[in-house]
Design a binder for this molecule. Structure first.
Ligand SMILES: Nc1ncnc2c1ncn2[C@@H]1O[C@H](COP(=O)(O)OP(=O)(O)O)[C@@H](O)[C@H]1O
Ligand SMILES: O=c1ccn([C@@H]2O[C@H](COP(=O)(O)O)[C@@H](O)[C@H]2O)c(=O)[nH]1
Length: 210
């Protein structure tokens, strides 16, 4: 295969996108080599909020397209396709800021991109060769988000539920669920669906053998 294949993994917050992408990565990286497979996270392209007070940051809507620097993500996908390494930003969900250190990502034959709003943006959609939608029930996503955000993102039950009711749930119905129509593959049961993981791995191997 000469061209780069870009695979989008979209779906609700805490639907299992990161787990799915990292599982496919871990299970293929040894076999494909260092130039074989890479991951970009849409979350890394959140706009920096360091100019705001913490109170303003907490009240910001992070579930709308304008919260992301999609132009930069698109440029990075194009650079990787052109064989150029990129510096993926690092973002902290705890401080709502971009961190000083970026992460170098080398060009690879397969680039997985994972994030909530990837399939909502027509110009980003043009970049994807294969699109996957994680179709995990919203109540399961909420339970997982509460646990993850408290354990890993510096939140408490009240802050998670307020943000969820105000922004996260509406965004699912306004933006994320409607974007499911653009998926080639719909994955149920989250990031541990082994059959779905095997299907994507098989497709990747097939593309690389072409
Ligand atoms: N099928 C699953 N079974 C159990 N836990 C899961 C499953 N899929 C995801 N999780 C857990 O749910 C949380 C959210 O998953 P994650 O992959 O971070 O979601 P996303 O990237 O879509 O926000 C993580 O703690 C992850 O380990
Ligand atoms: O500063 C921020 C930026 C984002 N969020 C929330 O993160 C999720 C998207 O990340 P997932 O890993 O897919 O859950 C989104 O729903 C935002 O609400 C945040 O809380 N703070």
């Amino acid at each position: 295969m000469s061209k780069t294949t870009v695979i989008a993994i979209a779906g609700a917050s805490a639907s299992g996108k990161s787990l799915f992408a990292s599982t496919v990565y871990q299970e293929l990286v040894a076999e494909l080599g260092s130039d074989g497979i890479a991951i970009l996270a849409e979350d890394a392209y959140y706009r920096d909020q360091s100019h705001m007070t913490m109170e303003q940051r907490v009240l910001t809507n992070y579930d709308q397209p304008s919260a992301f620097e999609h132009d930069l993500l698109k440029q990075h996908i194009r650079d990787l396709r052109d064989g150029k390494a990129v510096e993926m930003p690092q973002y902290s969900h705890t401080t709502h800021t971009r961190l000083p250190e970026s992460i170098p990502v080398a060009p690879a034959k397969v680039i997985m991109v994972e994030g909530i709003l990837l399939l909502t943006d027509p110009s980003l959609r043009e970049e994807f060769d294969i699109s996957v939608f994680m179709d995990t029930p919203l109540d399961i996503c909420l339970l997982r988000r509460i646990k993850r955000d408290i354990e890993e993102r510096g939140r408490n039950l009240q802050s998670v539920t307020e943000q969820y009711e105000k922004y996260v749930r509406p965004a699912f119905f306004d933006h994320i669920f409607p974007s499911k129509q653009y998926a080639d593959l719909v994955v149920t049961r989250g990031g541990r669906n082994e059959i779905a993981i095997d299907i994507i791995k098989t497709k990747i191997r097939q593309l690389l053998a072409e």
